[in-house]
Design a protein around this ligand. Sequence first.
Ligand SMILES: C[S@@+](CC[C@H](N)C(=O)[O-])C[C@H]1O[C@@H](n2cnc3c(N)ncnc32)[C@H](O)[C@@H]1O
Length: 612
Amino acid sequence: MSETKIKITPAKGRPMLYWIGKKPLDYVKDFPAQLVEVFDPENNAKIPDIPSYENLKNNWHNLLSHGDNKDVLATLLEFGFRGKLDLIYIDPPFKSGSDYVRKVELRGLKNLGQIEEDKASFLQQTMYFDIWNNDTYLQFMYERLMLLKELLADTGSIYVHLDWHVGHYVKLLMDEVFGQDNFRNEIVWKYFGPTSTEKNFPRKHDYILFYTKSNNYYFDEAATLIEYDEKAVRRYDKVDEHEKRYKIYYDKNGKSRKAYMKEGKPTEVFEIPFVQGIASERLGFATQKPEELIKRFVVASTTTNDLVLDCFCGSGTTLAVAQKLGRRWIGCDINKGAIQITSKRLQNVILNEVKNLKKSDSSVALLPQNDKSHYSFAIYKVNDYDLQLLKTEAIELAVQHIGIQRIKTDAFFDGYLGKDLVKIIDFNHPLTLLDLQLLKDELKKRPNEDRDITIVCLGKELAVDPEIEKWNKTHPVNKIKLIELKTDKKYGNFLIHKPAEAKIEILRSSQNDKKAIIEIKEFISPTIIERLNIDNKLFKVKIPDFRSMIDTILIDNNYDGKTFHIVYSDVPERKNDLVKGKYEIEVNSSKCKIAIKIIDMLGEELLIMKEV
Ligand SMILES: C[S@@+](CC[C@H](N)C(=O)[O-])C[C@H]1O[C@@H](n2cnc3c(N)ncnc32)[C@H](O)[C@@H]1O
């Protein structure tokens, strides 16, 4: 970790919201960015050692970072991106009090007719927890907003997607950080769908706070029209002295004339449906936003080649829209599953674009044909956040293994076990005296609580045992019991992680030494089998084709042992299609190392390589 201190300028505006623990962000530390994967189907990108603005500006590849955005944004500042972003769209956790779960369906089981019970093929994967206390949430957002302001260009715009949970607080934060004068509008996304109307008006909208860095910002009014058709708008490619768009056409006599775009009705309220289950853009990501909505912001606030950032990218909607509109992009998420979904999504978008380019139909391709630098991206890991996935997953697994009944309405306790109240201690630290103190303080606030308490933790500090013993001697009610998973024989066994295994044949073709044949003969993910058996206690699940467990296959035909270059990817577009499992790929005629990455349906990766 480097010790560079990156200065942050103080907040700009006057309105201020206070919370316990409010701290301005004076400086942050950057972190090393480790290059892990490259997608470059045109084989055109020159990947520099350090993805700094200077190194990339004439040699662009898009950036996707896996890490906490505080670290990633700090690293971007260190890499010279201060004031370089033209548009920021973020859709942060809403503090909605729920966990976001992704439904994972094994591939192809329905087609095979082997499993009648639909549910048998569903695994639930917790993508992220959205349960916060107010103070932590506000401090979290405050820090990110301060960093984003540093990165935004003086002519740039920022859109923050929120709803009734915390939108009113975040608006005050935005006023404080960006200045009230730079508030532009609150755009409403009105959606359909069931909402409870019991003793209330139905809640059917989110809103997006739109701020700019200054008064001098770019804005294309076409994006405000209700009937916004991107292809139609693009044809109006001229602008007159009144900033109105028009196109040139030739009348019957061959005389050139101007045609102005029909005035649609401008609005700040967009009625756009949720991304439905069957929609082609649906990726099974619970909080996925429609491309149609985000497209408005990208069109309104950027032109071709501008730089767009989404540091809570989720399934990558903003990045996909930016890519399709010929903008450069930077994305980031703390969740590995989100990075994998985004990577797959952008691979598909880019491959389609490259295919269209090759058809040399310039009306389809948005970018100048000679500018291929946009058709690539690289994935970096900033700091090490694999633990994040394990942590959320581990807690979920612990709950299921122990049989804890979850409660979501209690801000302190996590569930019941028999008659006991359960408190789960985050798995990233052992149970400490401080945790016990917090528990005691909580019990003090609940004098009528007569249940015993079970604490679930991974491990504990030594001082904890005598403290619990002392408490239990003096408290006939609210006795404390402990499940320490690291040593617990009954409950702890699930922590032993058995990695996935595969049998793969990799051979140089006997007919053509520039070809290699790869065949996946077998694959097993003990985690998936284990999860299926927990979710379906009544019967053991049989998976007739191992490919059901595989989401994606990536192949690098000349692996350097460090960075995986995705030269071939098998990402079936439809949920029910299986990966092919057998591939013929081009290789150098001299010795080379072939690497195959298998990503299973829960996002676990297995890397296998062989020299041929
Ligand atoms: C509401 S979702 C974004 C959905 C996205 N707009 C889409 O269309 O798919 C919020 C995302 O923020 C991510 N996230 C939460 N905390 C984060 C952090 N500290 N750094 C980076 N990403 C974070 C979550 O993992 C989640 O994917």
